[in-house]
Design a protein around this ligand. Structure first.
Ligand code: BES
Ligand code: MN
Ligand code: ZN
Length: 501
């Protein structure tokens, strides 16, 4: 998506744009209405009589003076309490009107509110850009109703510099989120593991992080029995993609490692999935990987002063002549043996190898993102991910930080417990552990499986629900959502620049 974003402090009446978007709270006084409406003309002041400013309300009008062709009022509820979330929704409502009116140039006003101009500007730009997204790679005709503006101007009446910083950040984070959406929405045929490796190499060159792609023989040399086992039914070899961002001023000598599940298509393997509402959206089973790729893009573009590694084990999961079968025992990268009792519990097998490989780095912290279990969707639905962490002394603090980042980014999360008894379900008669539990607490037993391969501070995010939508939400269209990208960036930002309490 090509959209220029700039900041202006011109008077509203001097903004020469097709559409001027003004987010306004409720209980607007007559004086305030006249102050905003005055310079743009009577028509707007009159229109405001019919406008309550409730969240979700919008009104389009045609000013009789000033230079803007159209003005849209967007309600944001109690203006003092306008949260990032509500401003993102306001930006999204503005984007809808912008597409409807086919505006080529749009101005978006940063409202006075309790939120600093930087964060308000960021949220508005995010809402606007993320709502303007449409995936058209495979469309042979362009959709005229989805025309996005060439230019977006953020109008700041206060703190111009912070608004600019926020707007720029919002643009970079939105573009990185869109990178993730595009990868999820892409046809599995166009993102085989080898192709995915090439795509990431290209992104690395473009954004300035290093990429190395391991091929099958490298993976064999590392004895990654989980990744190789899942790959056995496939026509295409697996890869392990390693992304490195190591700025010279990084204070951490041991990296923060981000790991993403890269199942480019999950048929379930021999434990085959039914098609409807199940296999039919399993191109999204690499949404964890896509989130890491998006995050690495934003990390390098924002020049984050931290040493960060991204790891993606990638393969598809298919029934094939040589496919692994229920009953097979795999020897994993860590040396542990796993009895496979369901070939559809494949994500944990490839992640386990990446997690145990990550020990090599003696990482400060590892975060993995994975569309790991259907049980996660059942538990929390399609707008909230599940977060789990091993119960050690740092657990509380890690949870607090990631939940805070979830709230700020709007990529919502809720914690699930990790009591040790949940691990009992993984006992195997023939190997060290088996790859499934019983029907109970499926997301937790999956996390307990992963914990066997971890010996460092670790956060696991199961994003099966929020990674892909069948029905759209404001600023999240149907299909890949890019969930996790902004969550990671907000987490990393606080990690790099902790706010003093
Ligand atoms: N990729 C799926 C999980 C999933 C389900 C993601 C729905 C997104 C939406 C995963 O590989 C899987 O198949 N998990 C199984 C595990 C089970 C066999 C223990 C599941 O959740 O059914
Ligand atoms: Mn599966
Ligand atoms: Zn899967």
């Amino acid at each position: 998506m090509i959209m220029k974003v700039s900041v202006t402090t011109l008077n509203l009446s001097d903004l020469d744009v097709d559409l001027l978007i003004i987010p306004i709270g409720k209980s607007l006084s007559g004086a305030k209405a006249a102050q905003i409406g005055g310079p743009i003309g009577e028509a707007l002041t009159t229109a405001m009589i019919d406008f309550d400013g409730n969240q979700g309300e919008s009104l389009l009008c045609y000013p009789d003076s000033g230079r803007a062709r159209r003005v849209a009022l967007i309600g944001i509820g109690d203006q003092e309490l306008a949260s990032r979330h509500r401003l993102r929704e306001a930006g999204a409502a503005g984007a809808e009107l912008s597409m409807k009116t086919k505006a080529a140039t749009v101005a978006l006003c940063v409202p006075d509110s309790g939120l600093e101009a930087e964060f308000a500007g960021q949220a508005l730009v995010e809402g606007f850009m993320l709502a303007s997204y449409a995936y058209d790679r495979y469309k042979t005709q362009s959709d005229e109703s989805k025309k996005i503006p060439e230019r977006l101007v953020l109008h700041a009446s206060r703190d111009e510099k912070s608004a600019r910083r926020g707007g720029e950040r919002g643009r970079v984070e939105s573009e990185a989120t869109i990178t993730a959406r595009d990868l999820v929405n892409m046809s599995p045929h166009d993102k085989t593991p080898t192709q995915l490796g090439k795509i990431v190499e290209r992104f690395g060159r473009k954004h300035g992080y290093e990429v190395s792609v391991w091929d099958q023989s490298d993976i064999e040399k590392e004895k990654m029995g989980g990744l190789l086992g899942v790959n056995r039914g496939s026509m295409n070899p697996p890869v392990l993609i390693e992304m490195t961002w190591k700025p010279t001023n990084a204070p951490n000598s041991h990296p923060l490692v981000l790991i993403g599940k890269g199942i480019v298509f999950d048929t379930g393997g021999l434990s085959l999935k039914p098609t409807k509402d199940s296999m039919d959206h399993m191109k999204a089973d690499m949404a964890g990987a896509a989130a890491i790729i998006g995050a690495m893009e934003a990390i390098s573009r924002l020049d984050v002063p931290l040493y960060i590694i991204g790891l993606i084990p990638a393969t598809d999961n298919r029934p094939g002549q040589d496919a692994y079968v229920p009953g097979d025992v795999l020897t994993m990268h860590s040396g542990k043996t796993v009895e496979v009792l369901n070939t559809d519990a494949e994500g944990r097998l490839i992640l386990a190898d990446a997690l145990s490989y990550a020990q090599l780095y003696r990482p400060e912290l590892v975060i993995d993102l994975a569309t790991l279990t259907g049980a996660q969707v059942v538990a929390l639905g399609s707008q909230v991910g599940a977060v789990m962490t091993s119960e050690d002394s740092g657990a509380q603090k890690r949870l607090e930080s990631i939940l805070k980042a979830a709230e700020i980014s709007g990529d919502l999360l809720h914690p699930l417990p990790m009591f040790s008894h949940y691990g009992d379900a993984l006992k195997s008669d023939v190997a060290d552990i088996k790859n499934i539990g019983n029907r109970e607490a499926g997301s937790i037993t999956a996390a307990k499986f992963l914990e066997h391969f971890v010996d460092y501070p670790w956060v696991h995010i199961d994003m099966a629900g929020p990674s892909f939508l069948k029905t759209p939400l404001p600023y999240r269209p149907a299909g890949g959502t890019g969930y996790g990208v902004r969550l990671l960036i907000e987490f990393i930002r606080e990690y790099a620049f902790p706010k003093k309490k």
